[in-house]
Design a protein around this ligand. Sequence first.
Ligand code: HEM
Length: 529
Amino acid sequence: MTARERVAGNVAGYVDDRTGAAKWMKKNLTKVFPDHWSFLLGEICLYSFVILLLSGTFLTFWFDPSMKEVVYDGSYEPLQGIKMSAAYASSLDISFEVRGGLLMRQIHHWAALIFMVGIVVHLLRVYFTGAFRKPREFNWIIGVGLLTLGIVEGFLGYSLPDDLLSGTGIRIAEAIIQALPVVGSYLAFFAFGGAFPGEAFIPRIYTVHVLLLPGIFLALITVHLMLVWYQKHTQFPGPGRTEKNVVGYPLMPVYMAKAGGFFFIVFGVTAFLGAVASINPIWLYGPYTPGQVSAGSQPDWYMGWLDGLVRMAPPLETHAFGYTISWNILIPGLILPGIMFTALALYPFIESWATGDKREHHLLDRPRNAPNRTAIGAMALTFTLVALLNGGNDIIATTFDLTINQMMWFSRIAIVVLPPIAFIVTKRLCLSLQRADRDLVLHGRETGRLVRMPNGEFVEVHEPISAEKAWLLTSHEQLAPLELPEHDGAGVRRPGALKNKLRNRISRATAVAVPKATETERRELEGHH
Ligand code: HEM
């Protein structure tokens, strides 16, 4: 035994004597995880969260969350002598006076954007592969919670510097709170500690941004990962992979090394962006004054869809009993997002209700083999993308020489018309891809070689695919539609008949599929090739 091994052994023994950790470590460090590039998306969220904590802690050393009025006398000449809040002045100081401050601000902002991209793409991977199905519904709901918190946390973050852009965003948030019938104006008054903008809001959101939400994030991410650990990770179907096993590599040493390396890649990319790509140049916007807004004001991308919805809302208002209800803010700012996030959180339950499938699933679906789910996803994405596009309607209008009205009318019509089209096109595409899979299994791969037959006919030579690939293309399940009874034996409608009829209908739509190739069909056709 070398000296180094002896020292390592002594340290491990010392710790084990006091904690009894060896047994637990032995069991868990050899835990096997499946391997697929898309499983790295969750890790990107995790690592950018760590980067956010580290860079954010650095920023707290110099940021002053105060609305006290000061006169700027820092090194950025265009703003010298201008009155502003201490919050804005300290953000300028971090950018120009503190060594490495601008780099840290930019790393922090880039990390936030990557965090949110990571969350959304990770969500899409989980959705389109059906990883949210039993037993992972709770983890899906925790995920929706993390997404919502991420949006709020990012918004609060870019509201802190109290520059003209962030103040404009806060003003919109105030309008959304005020739009709540009856209690809205009181709530806004409480949140701002008086009339907008007041002195209290920035210090308050600072505490929420650096203490409350990160704490909740840490707790939720811990539970999220413990559930992944406990329930085991899903895997794509493949040779030897079943609903009961996990095929992959052990955590130690393979994933420890991979994850460690990947953390530094994510950190490296974020630091590179922070170093070379300017983001949120607050000195160009100037301090916030409620009477001003600069042209081309844009929120961060994960807020853009909400802004886009508000921008396209028609001017609807009701006046009743001395109250004004601003539907033009209430619907796009609260009701629609409320419906969208509730539907997202409940989706696993809605799907299992529609298909009647209450079993556990540890093998993932290929998106084409769940056409309805994939089409619903495409529909929701199209809706969100149209809204996001309209969030930049002013920039798009000036860039492409359009009017704001043209953009607005395009978005108003597109947000109603395009999502159903996306649903239909995606569903047809999935079914076509299923048909292509079926052809591939039965007739083999097209080789591109044309052969002339003795009778003059030209045919293309097909090559059979490997048994492994054929198995992969046919291993998925095709659920039969539900047939819940609507009438009893005597032909009389049963109680709950309407509900059963609805479920039967939905389940029939969900179960539409091109029948996969069977072994008998394959054998029968083998003679022909
Ligand atoms: C702070 C944000 C988040 C972090 C740090 C995070 C982290 C992770 C990690 C590391 C994994 C395992 C690797 C992988 O499958 O990618 C995972 C799995 C999972 N995540 Fe997330 N996640 C976050 C947000 C979300 C969101 C927004 C959703 C969905 C709404 C979600 C749902 C899930 C589910 C269902 C699994 C299990 C997947 C499986 O076993 O295949 N997560 N998460």
